[in-house]
Design a protein around this ligand. Structure first.
Ligand SMILES: C[S@@+](CC[C@H](N)C(=O)[O-])C[C@H]1O[C@@H](n2cnc3c(N)ncnc32)[C@H](O)[C@@H]1O
Length: 151
């Protein structure tokens, strides 16, 4: 699957593939094209989508394509991607999404809430786990792992 809309990180892909026995099953590509991967139905999904501050125009889900700029389109694309994820999950499958709220000076992006609302269009909210770092990081106290279930 060619990573057209993806800011491809092929070095990461190569590193992860090097840790796996069945590395041939590791796909490097755009999650928006999930349907064409031929994956079997899944029991579990764990992911951390690229984060976007609400005042940016550069949309990471489209590698900054100016025709797809802005936070509204970013959230819409997240919604579409998770609708595709839902299609390849087994009923009752659990989805874990790691996300953070963002602060840039005075501008605050409630990304955890916004991401949760986008994903909840197709997956049922199931809970949230707050992960605190050990050792503590003074400027990054915790992160959020949002839980969803496929109906
Ligand atoms: C917040 S980071 C998650 C990093 C990951 N948790 C890790 O530890 O390596 C978001 C990742 O999504 C990837 N990404 C960006 N756009 C994507 C897309 N359309 N489809 C799939 N992955 C994408 C980025 O390359 C980046 O590696």
């Amino acid at each position: 699957m060619p990573p057209t809309a993806l800011r491809a990180d092929s070095r990461r892909h190569a590193w992860v593939a090097g840790q796996l026995q069945r590395w041939q099953q590791l796909v490097h590509g755009d999650s928006a094209r999930l349907a064409s991967c031929g994956f079997p139905r899944m029991d579990f999904c764990m992911t951390s989508p690229p984060f976007m501050p609400r005042h940016h125009r550069w949309n990471p889900l489209f590698a900054g394509d100016p025709r797809k700029a802005g936070y509204a389109l970013y959230l819409k694309q997240l919604e579409k991607i998770f609708a595709k994820v839902a299609k390849i999950l087994k009923p009752g499958a659990l989805v874990v999404v790691q996300a953070d709220n963002l602060r840039h000076g005075r501008i605050y992006t409630p990304l955890v809430r916004d991401m949760s609302m986008a994903i909840s269009e197709t997956l049922a909210p199931h809970g949230e786990i707050i992960v605190r770092w050990k050792p503590a990081k003074p400027d990054y106290l915790h992160t959020h792992c949002l839980l969803f279930k496929r109906a």
